[in-house]
Design a protein around this ligand. Structure first.
Ligand code: CAA
Length: 384
C-alpha cells in the first residue's frame, strides 16, 4: 500500500466517530433488543453526507473517496453495526450502482434523494434458490410495450421494508444464464411490489432484512439500468465495492471488541491484580490488535485501489474474508476475557459476536470470497 491518510480522511473519521458516540450509542442496546430501525439516526447521517459519500456533489453526494467511506463505516459500525450495514448498502451498492451505471435521468430522479438520505435504497439480488449461486435468477422480467413485468421473490434484502427505492436483478432471458439478467429500479408503492416477510435475526437486529414479492409488477423501460443482459455484471462489479463496505463494518465490530476488552482488562481484578497484568489476557489482546490492524490494512488497500481506478475485486474479497473472520474471533476473545460478564448483555460484547457472524455470510459468504480470490489468482499471468 502506497498511501497515507490525508487530513480529509482524518476529519471524516473524526466526524463519523463523534456522530456514532453522540447519536448512535444512546439507544443502541434497546434498538437491538427490540429490533427497531434507527430512522432518525439514518436521516441525520444523510444530512451529514454519510449516505452518499462517494456520489459527486452535483448529485447531492459528499464527493469523497472510498478510503473516507471505509473509515466512516468502521467508525459507525464500532458503535452500531446495524447502522453500519444500512449505510453500507445505500452507499456502495445503491448509490454507487446508479452513479456508475445509471442514466442522467435516473440520477436526476433517484440519486440526489438517495445521496442526501431523503430516501433509502436496497439491493435485491438474492432469491430462495439464488444465494451464492447468484446467476440462477428465477425472478422474471418480461418486456411488454414500454414496460417490464416483474414476477418473483427476493430474499434477505437489507433495508428491504424501509427502502424507498430497490435495485432488482431479474432474468429477462432465462436461456442466457448470467447474460440474460437485467437490473431495474423499482419504487416503493409500485403496484405488485410488496414485503412478504420480515426476518427475526441473531444479530444486526435493528437493520431490517426482508423477503420481497413481485407479482405482475410493472416497471417502466426508463428504469432499467444499463442494457438488457448486463444485470449480472452490474451486480458483480457493484458487489466488489460492497465487500469493501462489509469489511469495514466487520473491522468496526472487531475494534469495538478490542476496545471493550482493554477497558475491562484494566478494571477487573483477579488474583489481587488487574487481569491486564496476566499474560493469558495480554496475549489475547496482542493477537486481537495485530489481526485487526492487518484487516484494516487489507480494507484500506482495497478501498485505495478502487480510488485509483485499478482492479480491486481480489483485494476486496481478501479484505472481506479476513476482516469478517477477525470480527468473529475478536468478539469471541472479548467474551472470553469478560468471562461470565461477556455472556450477558451488560457489557455489550455478546452483541458484537451476534453482529459479527453475518459479515461472514452476506455480500458473498467466506467460501465465495475464496472462490473469487482463487479464480483471480489462477487468472493472473504475472502476479507482482
Ligand atoms: N465484475 C464484472 N463482471 C463479472 C464479475 C465482476 N466482479 N464477476 C463475474 N463477472 C462476469 C464474468 O466475467 C462472466 O461474464 P463473461 O462470461 O462474459 O466473462 C459472468 O459475469 C458470469 O461470471 P461467472 O462465470 O464467474 O459466474 P458464476 O455463476 O460462476 O458466479 C460467483 C460467480 C462469484 C460465485 C457469483 O455468483 C457470486 O459472487 N456469488 C455470491 C453472490 C453474493 O455476493 N450475493 C450477495 C447478495 S447482496 C447482499 O448480501 C447485500 C445485502 O443485503 C447486505
Amino acid at each position: 500500500m502506497t498511501f497515507a491518510l490525508s487530513e480529509t480522511h482524518r476529519m471524516v473519521r473524526q466526524a463519523a466517530r463523534e456522530f456514532a458516540e453522540e447519536q448512535l450509542a444512546p439507544g443502541a442496546v434497546e434498538r437491538d433488543e427490540q429490533a427497531v430501525f434507527p430512522y432518525e439516526q439514518i436521516k441525520a447521517l444523510g444530512g451529514l453526507g454519510f449516505m452518499g459519500m462517494m456520489v459527486p456533489e452535483e448529485w447531492g453526494g459528499a464527493g469523497l473517496d472510498t478510503v473516507s467511506y471505509a473509515l466512516a463505516v468502521e467508525e459507525i459500525s464500532r458503535v452500531d453495526a446495524s447502522a453500519g450495514v444500512i449505510m453500507s448498502v445505500n452507499n456502495s451498492l445503491v448509490c454507487f450502482g446508479i452513479n456508475t451505471y445509471g442514466t442522467a435521468d435516473q440520477k436526476e430522479r433517484y440519486l440526489r434523494d438517495l445521496a442526501t438520505g431523503r430516501k433509502l435504497g436496497a439491493f435485491a439480488l438474492s432469491e430462495p434458490e439464488a444465494g451464492s449461486d447468484a446467476s440462477n435468477q428465477r425472478t422474471a422480467a418480461a418486456a411488454a410495450g414500454g414496460e417490464y413485468v416483474l414476477n418473483g421473490v427476493k430474499n434477505w434484502i437489507t433495508n428491504g421494508s424501509t427502502a424507498d427505492i430497490v435495485l432488482v436483478m431479474a432474468a429477462t432471458d432465462r436461456t442466457r444464464g448470467p447474460k440474460g439478467i437485467s437490473t431495474f429500479i423499482v419504487e416503493k408503492g409500485t403496484p405488485g411490489f410488496s414485503v412478504a416477510r420480515k426476518e427475526k435475526k441473531l444479530g444486526i437486529r435493528s437493520s431490517d432484512t426482508v423477503s420481497l414479492s413481485f407479482q405482475d409488477c410493472r416497471v417502466p423501460l426508463a428504469n432499467r439500468i444499463g442494457a438488457e443482459g448486463e444485470g449480472f455484471r452490474f451486480a458483480m462489479s457493484t458487489l466488489e465495492g460492497g465487500r469493501v463496505g462489509i469489511a469495514a463494518q466487520a473491522l468496526g465490530i472487531a475494534q469495538a471488541s478490542l476496545d471493550a476488552s482493554l477497558r475491562y482488562a484494566r478494571e477487573r481484578k483477579a488474583f489481587g491484580k488487574p487481569i491486564a497484568e496476566l499474560q493469558a489476557i495480554q496475549f489475547k489482546l496482542a493477537d486481537m490488535a495485530t489481526t485487526i490492524e492487518a484487516a484494516r490494512m487489507l480494507t484500506l488497500q482495497a478501498a485505495w485501489l478502487k480510488d485509483q481506478g485499478r482492479s480491486f475485486g481480489q483485494a476486496a474479497s481478501m479484505a472481506k474474508l479476513y476482516a469478517s473472520k477477525t470480527a468473529v474471533q475478536a468478539a469471541l476473545d472479548a467474551i472470553q476475557i469478560h468471562g461470565g460478564y461477556g455472556y450477558v448483555q451488560e457489557y455489550l460484547v455478546e452483541r458484537y459476536l451476534r453482529d459479527a457472524k453475518i459479515t461472514e455470510i452476506y455480500e458473498g459468504t467466506s467460501e465465495i470470497q475464496r472462490v473469487v480470490i482463487a479464480r483471480s489468482l489462477l487468472k493472473e499471468e504475472h502476479p507482482d
